[in-house]
Write a protein that binds this ligand. Structure first.
Ligand code: ADP
Length: 460
């Protein structure tokens, strides 16, 4: 507006000057004798014009430019560029204004830096807290999950963030707990046993309602502490003695009973003597297998357990295991096959332990497959790993039992396992060995149709 007014005044003065000059030059001396006065007027007006222009230039350099510079810095600050600064030439009014803007920018920059640092600290803390964390907003949408949560539940953040919790959280117990907090607005702490892929893990779940200032309801925060190891240790101590005693009791009772019967006179009957001694031998074999498996498991579970790593052809090992178990398969007319596109697949692992894994898996596949079934061992090589699957057309395992079969002494059908000479420790040993190789084991199974145990090992 001011600029427009100045321009208007200048234009008026120039117009008057032009009119005056034209008047002086066009009108003759005779017609107008006071031309000198008009010259003086014109020159004075010219001087005024020059003075106004000079004054304008001074105002522009002294005020307009610094104001424009200050305005542009203010705009940059508004955009979030806190590095913007303006030049301060003199400490007049404009200098003070610009220097204040610079101080403001510096303070904003420091505040943002402090806030970023705080934010970084908070995210580092949230991400590395060592527990799973999930934040749900007041409408039930998931706002945040940390690294721990992703690892525990093996979830993709894209499937979780900004989704309603009850649509994506699979575990009913967790859903119920969140609901309880939403309803009661109270802190809740619960221990939960959650099935995760091939195992069940214990969690201490702590949930808090987040209530902001003025009692504004902001959502729910859940923290999952994995207490499986502590719980396992606690349960193990309780269960182990009971389980071992129970497992030992049957063969020992049997051996004792038959020996007593023999001593009571049955030994004089040749047929009974042979029959009972065979049972005693079978039961002592069972005892021996059980004790061997127990010793094996305790060896593998020890802290200083070391693998004897070497390079070998896994196909050869699988062929050896299949030869070893071929009698068991042919007794039930089970077709035992090995499928692989390659002639050799070299892995770097502990040969003895890997053999033990496949004796267990192929042995189980034969044991839990009825007559005339099929057991197919397939080996697939990928860029970084080797995948070996043992697939059978056997009795299958119910989905909810899958995480449990890797526990010590757990059997889906106790009598059937015993009948096949199982100890219930085989898969616990398998899991330990595979994990010691930094590999992983998965199970796909359908009741009545068959099971597939898939092992992934690192390639050498
Ligand atoms: P076991 O000595 O009883 O075979 P494992 O630890 O090897 O013990 O297996 C645990 C349980 O898992 C078995 O008792 C059985 O119920 C189940 N299982 C293992 N492998 C299979 C399979 N291939 N098909 C069906 N059930 C299986």
């Amino acid at each position: 507006m001011i600029k427009f007014q100045i321009r208007l005044i200048l234009s008026l003065i120039i117009l008057i000057l032009v009119v005056l000059l034209a008047f002086i030059l066009l009108v003759g001396e005779k017609e107008y004798p006071y031309k000198g006065i008009w010259w003086i007027l014109t020159i004075s007006l010219g001087i005024v014009l020059i003075l106004i222009i000079l004054l304008g230039i001074k105002i522009k350099t002294n005020y307009s430019k610094p104001i424009a510079a200050a305005a542009s810095v203010a705009m940059e600050l508004a955009k979030g560029n806190y590095w913007a600064r303006t030049a301060v030439d003199e400490m007049d009014e404009m200098g003070i204004l610009n220097s204040s803007i610079n101080i403001l920018a510096r303070n904003l920059q420091e505040m943002v830096k402090a806030q970023e640092m705080q934010q970084d600290r908070l995210s580092v803390l949230i991400e590395n807290i060592g527990a799973g964390l999930i934040l749900i907003d007041s409408k039930g949408y998931i706002n945040l999950i940390n690294k721990g949560y992703k690892k525990i539940f093996n979830v993709d953040p894209n499937d979780y963030l900004n989704h309603l919790y009850y649509e994506v959280i699979e575990h009913q117990d967790v859903g119920k707990l969140i609901e309880e907090i939403f309803i009661t607005e109270q802190n809740v702490s619960k221990q939960m046993l959650l099935p995760l892929s091939i195992e069940r893990r214990y969690f201490d779940v702590y949930g808090v309602p987040i209530i902001g200032t003025n009692n504004v309801w902001k959502g729910v925060l859940l923290v999952f502490h994995d207490i499986t190891d502590i719980k396992k240790l606690e349960n193990m101590r309780k269960d182990f003695v009971a389980n071992v005693s129970h497992e030992l009791k049957t063969p020992v009772t049997s051996i004792k009973g038959f020996s007593e019967t023999l001593l009571d006179g049955a030994m004089n009957d040749g047929k009974a003597l042979k029959e009972f001694l065979t049972i005693i031998l079978k039961e002592s074999d069972r005892l021996q297998t059980l004790i061997n498996d127990l010793l094996e498991l305790s060896k593998i579970e020890k802290q200083d357990f070391k693998l004897n790593i070497c390079k070998f052809d896994i196909l050869q090992i699988l062929k050896d295991v299949m030869t070893l178990l071929s009698n068991n398969a042919s007794e039930k007319n089970i077709d035992l096959q090995l499928n692989c596109a390659e002639d050799h697949v070299v892995v770097e692992a502990d040969l003895h332990r890997i053999k033990q894994v496949f004796i267990n898996l192929i042995g189980n596949a034969i044991s839990y497959t009825p007559k005339d079934g099929h057991v197919i061992v397939a080996v697939q090589e990928t860029e970084n790993s080797v995948q070996i699957s043992v697939k059978d057309t056997g009795i299958g395992i119910e989905k909810h039992e899958i995480p449990r079969i890797f526990e010590r002494f757990y059997r889906v059908d106790r009598d059937r396992s015993r009948e096949s000479g199982g100890t219930g420790l085989g898969l616990a040993i398998v899991k330990h060995i595979v994990e010691a190789h930094q590999g992983n084991i998965r199970v796909k199974s359908e009741l009545g149709k068959g099971s597939e145990f898939i092992i992934k090992l690192k390639k050498c």
